[in-house]
Design a protein around this ligand. Structure first.
Ligand code: ADP
Ligand code: ZN
Length: 680
């Protein structure tokens, strides 16, 4: 061979390892190159010199992509960690670190409004004692450390982020702020723009490729210092990074659910570690993962117990929807009086709505109807059925049997309630559209808006809705959880959760946590602007299960009590964060083949456990079972779950279980999800 040297290159292809290429010119780790792959030309990232000579004929690199400077070593290490941890081909991971288009010759003025508007600067608020303390405690740190700001809704977490970023800029460093895609509203961007003027760049899904590319270069070439974005903004190689903030860190949407199934929050913490900078996570309802890390002393905990300006937390009332039998004449009269109300609307909620609207304020009703299955409930006692092994709700199939979607437990559906033995269990179907129709009839002349995935399909729809809420044009807002987050409407004084039970009955071990989060976040929308002394915002929760722990703790604003209770429940069955979970989804168009492959995967899992009892003895294999979404876009779906309290065993086990996948029949795909957020 000539003077050419050999290099490991991560190529853009579904290959788990880097390939070896030769190059005549000097190269550097982190450099983007163009390489031949079969008959194709693909992009690749140079990972380092190759130490051994492969037995194949070595191809040489076509060219070096000189548009991009080599990525810093620590950033490449972070990319390698992602590939390794999430079991995803390294060459495909690294592609996310580059913008969608080539650099523009010169920035042309686009016809759209600018990504970041020019706004008048605001001034710093005087921090509350709690804010000041958290700020100081965090600002002390300049190297890697992870901080969890646990602050009730409206406690001024964002104000702390702004102050911390000011310190970062003073040091001549830069910062990244990650927020859930849905919270990346103009309201939020304006708040940062008012403080930091033209130092802000933003990356989110509503930008054109050209806008994304320009924002990327603005940050990379140092024209902007603070990058606000959804999870993928983390892949922008920001030089001199001094701080990463992850707001609403508990949000499931930080997890990407396709291709590289990474969790933006966890990836942010790992980036802080690799790049040696502080990471700040914030939430009113921290994920149990982060909460446990704080309890274990791995994260610094900063607590904000009060809303700013002594604003009161909303008053939460719980309404029991179970049929109340009564011989009492008073009650009978009242039942008659409200006989025109639909079954989902209690007299209390109806009356409160009337009062609020009378005063010219707004009401919002939430219905979390994300569930894929109809829920089964006893209208007399509120009983619902759970899997004896997995502690998750059973799902009704074909009106005849109940199934556990984790372990495949089956039982016959007995219509008589097994608990109170009085009533017949009912399957309830309810949706936001039905609510809207009923409300139109009940509140004639009032303006009702609906916010769900059918009505709000893009950012423009959402912004339109926000501005109509802000101006007070809308009287009643009806929506799914998509409106429960982050929004801030001064006139919103009443929030109703129509049927809390929909959340409890999702076939997911996080159902209780999600319900608690939803109730708390949703409550946080009510009465955000009431002044000291004014009556607080009101929240009404309707449910068949008044004693459910997520309701009990949420009504008392007791996150800590909830977390303690739920962590204990998780630990008993080794669910995260006590244990680690991995899901393997087997899918294909041929049901028989899918089932067969799922069975084969399970047998491989048990064989591995038998073969390596030392390493893998602690691993539990659940299933295979039909996934709750058993068929999607023509594909049948099964899954197999792997969990263990021995965190370190799970990754190598999963890697070995999949192997090189040459045993997987054609037409079948196995998708792996490490630390899954959703098991539908
Ligand atoms: P969170 O992010 O915790 O929900 P925000 O930072 O959005 O809270 O603060 C809620 C509201 O209180 C915002 O309108 C914000 O401008 C205001 N605010 C924040 N800190 C203060 C403060 N120290 N004094 C007065 N108002 C404040
Ligand atoms: Zn089960």
């Amino acid at each position: 061979m000539s003077s050419a040297s050999l290099w490991r290159v991560a190529v853009d292809a579904p290959i788990s390892e880097a390939l070896t290429y030769s190059c005549e010119e000097p190269l550097q780790r982190g450099q983007l190159v163009n390489v031949p792959l079969g008959r194709r030309k693909v992009k690749g990232l140079v990972l380092g010199p190759a130490t051994e000579t492969p037995e194949f004929a070595i191809k040489s690199i076509d060219s070096i992509d000189t548009d991009y400077a080599p990525l810093p070593d620590s950033f490449v290490k972070w990319l390698e960690w992602l590939a390794q941890y999430y079991l995803h081909p390294i060459g495909q991971v690294v592609q996310s670190a580059f913008p969608p288009l080539r650099k523009a010759e010169k920035h042309r003025q686009s016809k759209r409004p600018p990504v970041i508007p020019q706004l008048e600067a605001d001034t710093n608020l005087h921090l509350t004692d709690e804010q000041q303390k958290s700020f100081e405690d965090i600002a002390k740190h300049t190297g890697f450390s992870t901080h969890l700001i646990f602050g009730v809704t409206g406690s001024g977490k964002t104000e702390i982020y702004l102050r911390l970023l000011e310190e970062v800029l003073k040091r001549g460093q830069r910062g990244i702020v990650l927020v859930p895609e849905i919270s990346l509203t103009p309201q939020l961007i304006h708040r940062f723009a008012r403080r930091f003027g033209d130092k802000i760049a933003a990356l989110h899904s509503q930008l054109t490729d050209r806008e994304r590319t320009n924002q990327w270069w603005d940050i990379v070439e140092g024209r902007k210092s603070i990058l606000i974005g959804a999870r993928s903004a983390l892949f922008c190689p920001v030089a001199d990074l001094g701080l990463i903030i992850v707001d609403e860190e508990h949000e499931p949407s930080f997890k990407q659910d396709e291709k590289l199934k990474y969790n933006g929050r966890d990836a942010a913490v790992m980036m802080g570690k690799m790049l040696n900078c502080p990471v700040v996570l914030g939430s009113a309802t921290p994920s149990l993962e982060s909460w446990k890390n704080a309890q274990d002393g791995k994260y610094h905990l900063h607590t904000l117990r009060r809303r700013v300006a002594n604003r009161a937390l909303p008053d939460i009332e719980v309404i029991d929807l179970r049929h109340q039998k009564s011989d009492d004449d008073e009650k009978k009269k009242s039942i008659e009086k409200y006989s025109h109300l639909p079954f989902w609307l209690s007299p209390d909620l109806y009356e409160r709505m009337g009062e609020v609207l009378e005063r010219g304020d707004q009401a919002a009703l939430f219905l979390n109807r994300r569930g894929v299955a109809q829920m089964v409930v006893c209208p007399a006692c509120g009983h619902t059925r759970e899997c004896p092994n997995c502690d998750i709700s059973l799902t009704l199939h074909a009106h005849s049997h109940l199934i556990c979607h984790y372990c495949d437990y089956h039982e016959n559906f007995k219509t008589k309630c097994p608990d109170c033995k009085e009533a017949e269990l009912e399957a309830i179907g309810l949706g936001t559209e039905l609510l809207e129709n009923d409300l139109t009839r009940l509140f004639p002349g009032k303006i009702i808006a609906r916010a769900d995935r059918d009505e709000i399909q893009n950012r423009a729809d959402l912004e339109d809705l926000i501005s109509r809420m802000e101006t007070g044009e809308i009287d009643i807002l009806v929506g799914t959880q998509m409106i429960a987050k982050g929004l801030d409407f001064p006139k919103l004084k009443l929030v109703g959760l129509v049927l809390a039970d929909v959340g409890f009955n999702l076939p997911d071990f996080r159902a209780t946590e999600r319900s608690f989060q939803l109730i708390t976040q949703m409550s946080g929308r009510s009465g955000r602007h009431v002044k000291e002394g004014e009556s607080p915002g009101k929240v009404i929760i309707q449910t068949f299960n008044v004693e459910h722990e997520s309701i009990n703790f949420a009504r008392n604003h007791d996150f800590e009590g909830f977390a303690k209770h739920e962590l204990m429940a998780r630990a008993q069955l080794n669910y995260p964060p006590a244990g680690r979970l991995v899901s393997f989804r087997i899918q294909g168009t041929h049901l028989g083949k899918v089932e067969e492959t799922a069975g084969l995967l399970a047998r491989r899992a048990f064989a591995l456990k038998t073969q390596f009892p030392q390493q893998y003895g602690s691993i539990e294999v659940l299933g295979p079972a039909e996934a709750p979404l058993s068929k999607l876009r023509g594909q049948f779906r099964y899954h197999l779950l792997v969990k263990s309290a021995q965190l370190a065993a799970v990754n190598p086990f999963s890697r070995q279980l999949l192997g090189d996948q040459d045993w997987v029949p054609s037409g079948i795909k196995i998708l792996i999800d490490i630390d899954p957020m959703s098991l539908l």
